[in-house]
Design a protein around this ligand. Structure first.
Ligand SMILES: Cc1cc2nc3c(=O)[nH]c(=O)nc-3n(C[C@H](O)[C@H](O)[C@H](O)COP(=O)(O)OP(=O)(O)OC[C@H]3O[C@@H](n4cnc5c(N)ncnc54)[C@H](O)[C@@H]3O)c2cc1C
Length: 384
């Protein structure tokens, strides 16, 4: 693996770091408390070209590749985990169109997705099928000229704010995995209802809602990829998404370490700053080592994803799962230790670290829970 970066990549990363520090981080508390999605932050990423990293220049992208993209997600997430999550889910959805869409679908949806004027969401989970996504029941019945969709999708990130959804349904529930097909569905399509915002433990700056499809007609041109090949599409997109979540969790972990280290230099107990106690130093040392290990895992997976390109047989499934599972598990430990270093103040909403701890919990759950990641790692390991 070659982790050396070109001048252009270094410039982009510097820009993202500056944006994270100066424009995202100062507003995080207000955004999280408001519970509202920040369209402004999303548009800012588009205006600065940060949303284009995974996309070719013909659609307005910068084609910087998966490794630089994932590093940008880390930096954005260090500033604001909500915007980092949005960037990751949106890019995963738009990449699904890039990889599996027709030319006219790419021309229609990608320029806006890259410019930050179109927000995309990823709709796979259902109320009764989360981990078992191969059993989804949302029905896309074939009718003249297209499909009639009926069913429900659950837990969709940014559903209330999204302009388009990449959505999975089955053309026949009896077909099992071989019936699953993906579609692009626009906000405002007749028969598409959006449920209320879920009241969540953390991540108030993204909305999370259900989609209710009632006799919702989609013409053939809204089908994404081949009929019955949707599970492959979803799994390929999710491996990229998991690398994004690992980077998202690493950014949050790094923020927790920075906050805790700075606090430990200021907080005086027994007449000395608490950073002089070996008990605090060892906590910081372990937090930093774990964060760095998660960072290296996601960068390795991103590097492999970049070289897999469009060859889905080379998809780094095991490495993406290892990165997601490890970076998010240590992320919760790191954020919990950051709260501990702040003592009672860490438990207060006046200080930043409880927010990071509330948020990071969900990274162990979504885009495939960490139990499912361990199943995938073991499956790939035993195969070889
Ligand atoms: C805030 C938030 C945002 C989300 N955003 C999206 C989104 O944008 N799009 C989308 O499609 N989905 C989204 N999800 C859904 C998320 O992907 C699912 O919650 C997740 O896949 C787990 O599914 P579940 O909640 O149905 O849990 P279940 O599948 O019911 O699992 C319950 C428990 O059983 C464990 N378990 C299940 N099967 C196994 C097994 N075989 N071996 C061992 N343990 C197992 C799980 O790990 C978990 O601990 C989001 C969820 C949340 C909370």
């Amino acid at each position: 693996m070659d982790f050396s970066y070109s001048e252009e990549e270094l410039e982009v990363l510097d820009l993202v770091r500056q944006v994270a520090d100066e424009q995202l981080a100062p507003n995080l508390a207000a955004i999280d408390e408001s519970g509202e999605f920040s369209r402004g932050n999303f548009k800012l990423l588009g205006e600065l070209g940060i949303l284009g990293a995974l996309f070719p220049e013909e659609y307005g992208g910068t084609d910087l590749g998966f490794l630089t993209y994932a590093m940008c997600v880390e930096e954005v997430s260090r500033g604001d985990f909500n915007t980092g999550l949005t960037m990751s889910v949106h890019s995963m959805s738009a990449s699904t169109i890039l990889k599996f869409g027709t030319k006219s679908q790419k021309e229609k949806y990608l320029p806006g997705a890259i410019a930050g004027t179109n927000l995309l969401a990823f709709a796979l989970s259902e109320p009764d099928y989360g981990s078992d996504s191969a059993s989804i029941k949302c029905h896309a019945k074939k009718v003249s000229g297209g499909y009639l969709l009926n069913g429900e999708k659950a837990w969709i990130t940014n559903a209330l704010d999204a302009d388009q959804f990449v959505l999975w349904a089955t053309i026949d529930p009896q077909l099992g995995k071989t019936g699953i097909t993906s579609f692009i569905i626009e906000k405002g399509t007749k028969g598409l209802g959006i449920g209320p915002n879920e009241h969540k433990m953390g991540g108030g700056g993204t909305t999370t809602s259900s989609l209710i499809l009632t006799d919702c007609f989609l013409p053939n041109e809204n089908r994404l990829g081949e009929e019955g090949k949707g599970l492959r599409t979803a799994l390929n997109s999710l491996s990229g998404g998991r690398i994004g979540i690992a980077a998202n969790a690493t950014g949050v972990s790094q923020r927790a370490i920075n906050e805790a280290a700075a606090y430990s230099k200021k907080r005086i107990q027994f007449d000395v700053p608490i950073c002089e106690f070996q008990g605090i130093q060892w906590k910081l040392a372990d937090m930093d080592t774990k964060c760095e290990a998660g960072r290296l895992l996601y960068r390795k997976a991103a590097y492999m994803k970049q070289f897999a390109g469009n060859d889905i047989n080379k998809d780094p499934i095991k490495e993406a799962s290892q990165a997601k599972c490890y970076a998010t598990d240590v992320g919760l430990e790191i954020c919990s230790e950051a709260v501990q270093i702040f003592g009672g103040y860490g438990y207060s909403r006046e200080y930043p670290v409880e927010r990071l701890m509330r948020y990071i919990k969900v990274t162990q759950i979504f885009e495939g829970s960490n139990e499912i990641q361990r199943n995938l790692i073991a499956r790939e390991l035993l195969k070889s």
